[in-house]
Design a protein around this ligand. Sequence first.
Ligand SMILES: Cc1cc2nc3c(=O)[nH]c(=O)nc-3n(C[C@H](O)[C@H](O)[C@H](O)COP(=O)(O)OP(=O)(O)OC[C@H]3O[C@@H](n4cnc5c(N)ncnc54)[C@H](O)[C@@H]3O)c2cc1C
Length: 397
Amino acid sequence: MAITDQEFQKIKSTIKDFIKEEMVSEEKFDVKHTFEEQLPYLEEKRNKVRSLGLFTPQISKEYGGLGLSLHQLGQIYEILGHTFYGLYVFNCQAPDAGNMEILMDHGSDYQKETFLKPLLNGDIRSCFSMTEPEFAGSNPTMMGTIAKKDGENYVINGHKWFTSSADGASFAIAMVVTDPDNPNPYLRASQIIVPTDTEGFKLIRNISVMGDVGDGWNAHAEIRYENCIVPEKNLLGKAGEGFKIAQDRLGPGRIHHCMRWVGECERMFDMMCNRALTRELAPNKPLATKQTIQNWIAESRAEINASRLMVLDTAKKIDEHGANSAKVEISTIKFYVANVLQSVLDRVLQVHGALGMTDDTPIAFLYRHERAARIYDGADEVHKARVAREILKSYSK
Ligand SMILES: Cc1cc2nc3c(=O)[nH]c(=O)nc-3n(C[C@H](O)[C@H](O)[C@H](O)COP(=O)(O)OP(=O)(O)OC[C@H]3O[C@@H](n4cnc5c(N)ncnc54)[C@H](O)[C@@H]3O)c2cc1C
């Protein structure tokens, strides 16, 4: 049964208070402050969220979640986006949230019991291993990682990178080629669950990203699969369904990303306004008196408002008609909001001057991390091309 608006407003305000009082006021962004070091603190916060009954909010009631619509969930993601670990503390962070979704939709009873259950409980983490250094991720039908059937097993060989959060994860969902000769390139790949303690699963390194190697959940790994043997029962769905399953995960996933970015923008916007009012260029002449700064504030306000409305509108369309009917909207918000985030981050950094470059505020941390927003889950150019192609269809009759 769907929750009432009154119940939803109560959940929203509880989460808002929690993020403000328990997290924003205490957060640390120093690149030297590792995920591992923060784990006990994050676990303490997770326990508080559990006791509020708000852990894993994105999941249906059947699986122990809140049973929110995507439109409601988007509003929650915005609130969680005010702080970098907000989603993690509520157990709705990427890539685990996407893996939970595909396991719920496509997992066997065995897979749900073994992999989904501990993931929902927040006892383990996972990763999604698709992109390869040797092939353009923008065309995922070109992949070199092969899983060969051998009796009751698959033997995987290949090279992946940017497998986010692989460090410390219990399993990877790997996208692998199982039928290289299929004339339809979209039927060549499958998704297979690979426990990370399987022999032949080799985490080569956490890749240094803009000076930050990161660790644990907050890192991106290079992985080699070397004669990595997994049982056939670890195949997700049927052989050849890899792209179909990947597609299912992208619609809601992009709402999650975009609304998290809207939350990050709001946080940065607050910082920009506060700094503009308090930094004086001369007595009683704060930055806020300068027209350039005023323009940045006005432009940011308009862009953030537009982003929120566009994303929630897309979420509503997915809720009512399914992700397939909202293809154009999903691609539009992906590139639009990623670019709004970049603009807002750039402006807030500029307003803070040298302070913006330091790790004494969350600005530089987000600036480094979120440049990637225009690349992961489809680069801007790929989404723009898709939007234009779909629009032009209706003109070329
Ligand atoms: C921080 C981060 C986290 C990531 N996490 C994961 C993860 O967890 N799992 C995973 O499997 N992958 C992950 N990725 C990889 C990501 O999905 C790929 O980087 C992305 O799909 C792009 O592929 P590529 O890097 O090979 O770029 P390429 O495909 O080589 O493209 C390079 C550039 O070419 C341009 N381009 C591409 N196609 C077109 C086109 N049709 N028209 C015009 N220009 C075009 C774009 O500007 C693009 O940025 C992550 C990446 C980053 C940066």
